[in-house]
Structures are given as structure tokens and as C-alpha cells.
Design a protein around this ligand. Sequence first.
Ligand SMILES: NC(=O)c1ccc[n+]([C@@H]2O[C@H](COP(=O)([O-])OP(=O)(O)OC[C@H]3O[C@@H](n4cnc5c(N)ncnc54)[C@H](OP(=O)(O)O)[C@@H]3O)[C@@H](O)[C@H]2O)c1
Length: 277
Amino acid sequence: MAEGLVLVGCGNMGYALLRGWVESSIVHPGAVHVVEPAAALRERAAALGVNTHDTCEALPTKPDLIVIALKPQALESELPSYQRFSDGTVFVSIAAGVPSVKLGSLLSSHRIVRAMPNTPTAIGKGSTIIFANRAVAEEDLRNVVRLLRAGGAVHQVTCEDLIDAATAISGSGPAYIFYLIECLTNAARELGLPTEIACNLAKETVHGAAALAYASKEDLAELRRQVTSPNGTTAAGISVLAAENALSTLILRTAKAAFARSLELGGAEQTWSTTGG
Ligand SMILES: NC(=O)c1ccc[n+]([C@@H]2O[C@H](COP(=O)([O-])OP(=O)(O)OC[C@H]3O[C@@H](n4cnc5c(N)ncnc54)[C@H](OP(=O)(O)O)[C@@H]3O)[C@@H](O)[C@H]2O)c1
């Protein structure tokens, strides 16, 4: 990146992206500029060797890419300061719910990519889904994908609405899984296991099962059948989770609640079109 890469907002997700980029060596830290008002978060970013700024005043004049990792609520007030980069720079927004047409009007640009990453991106195990406006040149899009791949898998969609669906699954998903690990840990403790072993067993089980599901050619139902002997211990446990579709109903309700909130954050009930530019 000749003129550099700018990251606006280095909170939870911004920092996860930054770590993934720097630790995978996909970018040289000296070419990265982070804008973050919180001093402690700037210091955390600076420890990775990148340039840090408390405002956007002193940024390079023509960065190749600006990645926006602000809360959706902050976009309206903050993005207009970046309109001066609209000639040439590609913008990538990871804000949940905010449609590209709205981002385009705040930034005075059509060169917009929306991306929905998740926090495992920090260690190269993330999942990111992206949508690019038609105004983004193929070569620019390839650069964006290359950058995001430093954090893990990247999936492109041509229908912007699917970003909201992915937000409810992979964007928010790590929190669901952390909660599941907490619940498994608590159950293990209730059954008498010491806390440290309980927590390790829960994490290792989720990690191992996910790795096996990912590596295996068998479908998930078959993998489940392989550990569920008739009348065995797993069958006793699964009979509770699956009774009246208890778990699947709960997970569907969970995803629908996150999806609805994503639409709400973007103001989907208003009249913005989401067909891109
Ligand atoms: N967390 C996730 O797992 C996840 C996953 C996918 C997508 N996202 C999306 O990522 C975005 C950021 O979420 P987050 O969880 O990372 O939020 P966050 O931790 O609050 O990070 C946002 C950061 O931006 C800073 N900021 C505020 N005004 C700024 C400005 N003018 N210039 C530069 N930085 C500024 C905030 O500082 P202050 O706190 O001082 O205001 C904060 O440190 C959201 O839109 C969210 O939808 C998050």
C-alpha cells in the first residue's frame, strides 16, 4: 500500500483486525495509521508498531484504504471529516447494519465495501463476509480481500442484505460460543469438577469439535450420530437439548434478535435503499 492504510476506531473489533494484519505481516506497521481518541487504546495499537493519531487531521493525504471500525451510532458525526479522501480512496466499513448507500452519502463516495468480520480475526481464525458497491474497481476489491484474509476466511456476497444475516451468525456468533463455553464450565463445576479443569474441558471440547467438524468430510448430523450410541450417555444429554427442538428454537430466536437489531442500527425502517452505488 503505497500511501498507507488507515484504521478509524481501534476498540474491540478494530484492534482484532489490526492484530491480524500486523501479526500476519500482510502490511508493514509503518504504513498503517490508526485514529483513536482513547489514549489507552492508542497506546495498545502503538505497541504493534503502527502510527497513531487522536484525530484525522494529520493523516496521509491519499491513503489507499480507510477501514472504519466505529460504532454505528458514531458514523453520522464522524464520517463527514473523511470526505476529503473521497477522491481515490476505498472505504471499508465494518459497522453493523449501516447500508452502503448511507455510508456513501456520509463519505461523499461510492467506493464503499461493507465487511462483517468477527473477533477470532485477531488470531487468523475469523470469518468475514463482504459486499462491494459496483463503483469499487476489481483490483481494489482484490486488495481488500487480501487484507481481510489475513484474519481468516472471506466470503463475498452480491446482495447487501445478506450482511445483516451474517452479522447475526458470524459477527455476533463468537459471543454465543463464549456463552456456551461458560454454561458448559458451570455445568462441569456443578458436577464436581474443579474450576480450572472444568473451564479447560469446556474450551477444549468446543475447540476440538469445531476443528473436527471443519476437517471432516462427514456431515454434522453423522458426526453427532457417531458419538451418540443408543441409550448411551450422549443420547441422554441430546434428548434434553433436542426435546421439542429446544436448542434449535432458542438459537433461531437468538439469531433473529441479532438480525433485527442489525436492521435497527442501520435504520432499515427508514427509506434507505440497499442496492449499492
Ligand atoms: N465487536 C465485534 O465482535 C464486532 C464484530 C463485527 C463488527 N463489529 C462492528 O465494529 C464496530 C466497532 O465495534 P467495537 O465492538 O470494536 O466497538 P468499540 O470497542 O466501542 O470500538 C470503537 C472505537 O472507536 C473509537 N472512536 C470513537 N470516535 C472516534 C473517532 N472520531 N475516530 C476514531 N475512533 C473513534 C471509540 O472510542 P470511544 O470508546 O472513546 O468512543 C472506540 O474505541 C461496530 O460498528 C460493530 O458493529 C464489531
